[in-house]
Design a protein around this ligand. Structure first.
Ligand SMILES: CC(C)(COP(=O)(O)OP(=O)(O)OC[C@H]1O[C@@H](n2cnc3c(N)ncnc32)[C@H](O)[C@@H]1OP(=O)(O)O)[C@@H](O)C(=O)NCCC(=O)NCCS
Length: 180
């Protein structure tokens, strides 16, 4: 993804770049309450520019070794969301995990569905992957709908799969086979 992909009028998707830390920190601070029920408990410095710039540097390093790809959704000078393809495993698996979040003020316009569709294409064409997996909390209807709209299928229930909001919680697992 050398050039940004337009998701909607005024909103685009691109790989994270050095210097994104400050805008990411601003968005995460504004959305702390919106994201808390769906995220692990964060360290106190999670919403600082320094911490977010370190995240960007880590993601760029993993991108340079084909181990991960992190994206931002951008509106003007603002970052309004983020998505990450992580834990890329090659060999006979050719699979990775997908996670994402969007600013509360921008939800409900199909933005993350469009972003996930574009990221799935990118994962097949640029990363050479066969499969993406995502896991949602059982009661995260919006995220499940995003995945269904982007061609993912429900493959099962994983009991106490991730520690979210301070508790080991059951998750619904989804996958998309990228050749389909
Ligand atoms: C999940 C999230 C990324 C969705 O982003 P979005 O851009 O609003 O998603 P879209 O608009 O593309 O699609 C949302 C779909 O879910 C539907 N939806 C919204 N709330 C819902 C709910 N409580 N139950 C079921 N469906 C719901 C919407 O109607 C829409 O479907 P439709 O277009 O068929 O009507 C966003 O809500 C978010 O960041 N949530 C908090 C973080 C999070 O949950 N991250 C994912 C962790 S697995």
């Amino acid at each position: 993804m050398t050039t940004p992909i337009t998701l909607a009028h005024g909103v685009s998707l691109r790989l994270v770049e050095p210097g994104d830390g400050e805008a990411l920190a601003t968005a995460l601070a504004l959305n702390a309450e919106h994201l808390a029920p769906w995220d692990p408990v964060r360290e106190p410095d999670h919403t600082t520019p320094v911490r977010q710039e370190a995240f960007v540097a880590e993601m760029r390093a993993q991108w340079s070794t084909n181990s991960a790809a992190a994206f931002v959704l951008v509106a003007g000078a603002e970052i309004i969301g983020q998505a990450t393809v992580s834990h890329i495993v090659r060999g006979p698996f050719l699979s990775a995990n997908l996670g994402y979040w969007l600013d509360a003020g921008w939800t409900g316009h199909g933005l993350m569905s469009a972003a996930v569709g574009a990221i799935a294409d990118f994962s097949r064409d640029a990363l050479g992957l066969h499969r993406l997996q995502a896991a949602t909390l059982v009661h995260n209807g919006a995220s499940q709908r995003v995945l269904e709209r982007a061609g993912f299928e429900r493959i099962g229930l994983a009991p106490r799969y991730l520690q979210i909001a301070g508790r080991w919680q059951d998750h619904v697992l989804f996958q998309r086979l990228l050749e389909d």
